[in-house]
Design a protein around this ligand. Structure first.
Ligand code: ADE
Ligand code: ZN
Length: 328
């Protein structure tokens, strides 16, 4: 057995970003939509840089237009995650892509996604929870609408609220209303920061929005006082090394700061972000980290312990997942 065979927890996965290109092509074929411009000749997604990635991502979403599409997508994602040894996963769901921000439509999409998650749990033994996610470059007004959708459906399954999208646009604090609304509804909070924004973006995320987890956060390494603040506040980073390498933040895994952050005492976890876009999987992330830093089974077990502790689920679910980590 290698470390890639270990059971895994994944906390940072964009639902649409996990759509295999063949799945999107099949939907485009069924709906007679021409999406040929977003694929390379080998069939993979084609993008040049982060801004282009976001626009290819949104183009792919053009064919994800009904609850049934999301039911099929959810089954495909969970089958793939389970095949990678993932036993618990949190997925970012955007009401913007599920009914355009309308609460009634969002409920229908969510119900289809949850049905598929129940089916996948029975079939593959993987547990999924949802984090409603606003899109930063859609702006603060749209984010309020998203937060209202999140608040309406907050509970044991929708357990968190977050923000993705283009970090270069606006400030974290512009989204304070949305995050306060979600917090008041009992949701746990995370936001993308320190991916394309520098350390100040991470500081703003924890201070202005009060998030307990940060998506990426890796550029915190540029500021030792921020690293100390993350340790003191016990903030967990949802680190996605393969995503960062493909998007050009770091030239390769060895140059990635995840090991340094961990050694400074920051709580780090490992996820794939948008696996088919970045030609990765949870098995590959483990394999690459083991090769780059010599991490062994104990290192990965500690990583999963951190992820389990930071998971946005209830205690009964956490205990159940813990047993699954121990048993396998
Ligand atoms: N949406 C999907 N993937 C993302 C990423 N890596 N950063 C920001 N927003 C995203
Ligand atoms: Zn992300």
């Amino acid at each position: 057995m290698t470390v890639a065979d270990l059971p895994k927890i994944e906390l940072h996965l964009h639902h649409e970003g996990a759509a295999p290109p063949a799945f999107i092509r099949q939907l485009a074929h069924e709906k007679r939509v021409d999406l040929s411009g977003i694929f390379k000749s080998d069939g993979s997604y084609d993008f040049r840089d982060f801004a282009h990635f976001l626009s290819v991502y949104e183009a792919a979403c053009e064919v994800l237009k009904s609850p049934e599409d999301f039911r099929r997508l959810t089954l495909a994602i969970l089958q793939e995650s389970a095949a990678n040894g993932v036993v618990y996963s949190e997925t970012f769901l955007s009401p913007d892509f599920c009914g355009g921000g309308d609460v009634h439509a969002w409920r229908d999409y969510l119900s289809a996604i949850q049905d598929a998650a129940d089916e996948a749990e029975r079939a593959y033994g993987i547990t999924l929870r949802g984090v409603v996610t606003c899109v930063r470059h859609f702006g603060p007004d749209q984010a309020r609408q998203t937060a209202l959708c999140a608040a309406e459906t907050a509970g044991n399954w929708i357990t968190g609220f977050g923000m993705g999208g283009n970090e270069a646009i606006g400030a974290q604090a512009d989204f304070k209303w949305a995050f306060d609304c979600a917090r008041e509804a009992g949701l746990r909070l995370t936001t993308h920061a320190g991916e394309f924004g520098g350390p100040q973006s991470v500081r703003d995320a924890v201070r202005d929005l009060g998030v307990e987890r940060v998506g990426h956060g890796v550029r915190a390494i540029e500021d030792p006082s921020l690293v100390r603040e993350l340790v003191d506040r016990e903030v967990t980073l949802e680190v996605c090394p393969g995503s960062n390498v493909v998007l050009g933040l770091f030239p390769n895994f060895r140059a990635h700061p995840i090991a340094q952050l961990r050694d400074h005492g920051v709580k780090v976890t490992v996820s794939t972000d948008d696996p088919p876009f970045f030609h990765t999987s949870m098995r590959r992330e483990y394999k690459m980290l083991a090769e780059a830093f010599g991490w062994d089974a104990d290192d990965f077990a500690a990583l999963n312990d951190t992820a389990l502790g930071a998971a946005f689920c209830d205690e009964e679910t956490r205990a159940r997942v813990k047993k699954r980590l121990e048993r396998t």
